[in-house]
Ligand binder design. Structure first.
Ligand SMILES: Nc1ncnc2c1ncn2[C@@H]1O[C@H](COP(=O)(O)OP(=O)(O)O)[C@@H](O)[C@H]1O
Ligand SMILES: [Mg+2]
Length: 382
């Protein structure tokens, strides 16, 4: 099957889209990347999404669901054009959507991903699978993380234990021991990914820049040992997994306070940024103590791989363990999460369970996702 995966993460920077060819059934499917692209959100839309996450009203959520549905459909069409194929050549779309809210432990376990999949199916004519998380939560799970299921399919190795590090807004890791029969996969959030770096840039430039492109600014600074040591005392780092984090802990309020303190100590902006960049890599490295085995190699994915200073800090933090981006494994770093939702959708379509209960805490394996039939569903043309 030719399957498209669509993903927009916590950074709300845009939609990542990937087209893969998938063969086989069950956990040993073969996946090949055919094309990938990104459809960045305009700054105004990004701001609207982040506002709606924090304090959106019912009508605002409702409107945004439709607006993002159109954007996801357009991202799929853009990818199809780019790949030289037509809608008829694509069998399935898996769309994660945009998370507005995720509260796995509130009295009412709840989660909401928007970007109306009915619109994606209607505009493209392609059967679309979406809304993966609620089923895992209904089965007692946290509904997250979901991508480790795909990481295992893509990166499991016979003799080497691998740590997949996704550098989105938040940094999450998936540990895939080589002998998964004896030791289970572990996956959890370790701390900030690009979130602190992005916020620091926004404050430093009064909103003109919203990321440290290529890590150029941090490269001009020097890591402040005292600040780094105090950051590494953050209580989230000590918490045992399963654990997840977000804007509440490492978002703008936290960064604003740290920057104010740094200013009082007359720290230069670029030194602050260099320190935050080092901190991000160090949190990931510190998380190794929660793993039930050693790491033989580290594979970096997500937008943060485009920050060269961050990648350099990862090499320092994990030394002597080799650290490489997914490109070294012939994958596109920015596409991995989108590929994951293509894989999850493929399994949904074939009624194959696609959560990892050992990771999400669900009571049992379930088939996650809701299916919106396209024009040709299971071979029948409508
Ligand atoms: N060229 C670049 N240089 C530095 N950082 C980048 C670059 N491109 C993307 N990023 C970082 O990656 C983030 C987006 O990564 P992504 O994997 O899409 O995260 P998320 O899943 O949170 O949306 C951006 O917010 C930015 O911080
Ligand atoms: Mg993104």
């Amino acid at each position: 099957m030719n399957v498209i995966g669509l993903m927009s993460g916590t950074s709300a920077d845009g939609i990542d889209a990937a087209l893969v060819e998938i063969k086989g059934h069950g956990p040993s499917i073969a996946v090949r990347l055919l094309a990938c692209t990104s459809a960045p959100y305009p700054r105004k839309l990004q701001t609207q999404i982040l506002h709606t996450c924090d304090s959106g009203t019912g009508p605002e959520v409702c409107d945004l669901n439709v607006m993002l549905g159109e954007r996801f459909a357009k991202a799929a069409s853009k990818l199809i054009r780019l790949s030289g194929l037509t809608e008829r050549d694509i069998h399935l779309i898996g769309s994660h959507g945009q998370t507005l809210y995720h509260h796995p432990r509130a009295p009412h376990r709840s989660t909401l991903q928007i970007g109306e999949p009915s619109i994606i199916a209607e505009r493209t004519g392609i059967t679309t699978v979406a809304d993966f998380r609620p089923r895992d939560m209904a089965a007692g799970g946290e509904g997250a993380p979901l991508t480790p299921y795909a990481h295992q399919i893509l990166f499991q190795h016979r003799t080497r234990s691998r740590l997949i590090v996704n550098l989105g807004g938040i940094c999450n890791v998936t540990y895939i021991p080589f002998e998964t029969k004896k030791r289970t996969i572990a996956a959890f959030d370790v701390g900030p990914g690009n979130m602190m770096i992005n916020n620091a840039m926004i404050f430093m430039t009064n909103g003109k820049a919203f990321q440290d492109t290529s890590g150029a600014t941090a490269a001009r600074g020097r890591v402040d040992g005292a600040l780094l040591a105090s950051l590494l005392k953050h209580p989230f780092l000590k918490r045992r997994p399963p654990k997840s984090t977000g804007r509440e802990e490492f978002g703008d309020t936290y960064v604003r306070r740290l920057m104010r303190e740094a200013k009082q100590r007359r720290m230069r902006n670029e030194d602050f940024l260099a320190t935050v960049t080092a901190f991000t890599a160090q949190t990931a490295s510190a998380s190794q103590r929660f793993l039930n085995g050693q790491v033989d190699e580290v594979i970096l994915a997500g937008g943060g791989t485009r920050n060269r200073t961050l990648v350099k800090e990862f090499r320092t933090a994990f030394f002597p363990t080799p650290v490489n981006t997914a490109e070294a494994y012939e994958w596109n770093s920015k596409a991995i999460e989108a590929v994951a939702f293509a894989i999850l959708a493929y399994q949904t379509f074939h009624e194959t369970p696609n959560n990892l209960p050992s990771v999400t805490g669900a009571r049992h394996a379930v088939v996650m996702g809701k299916i919106i039939p396209g024009r040709s569903f299971r071979g029948r043309i409508s």
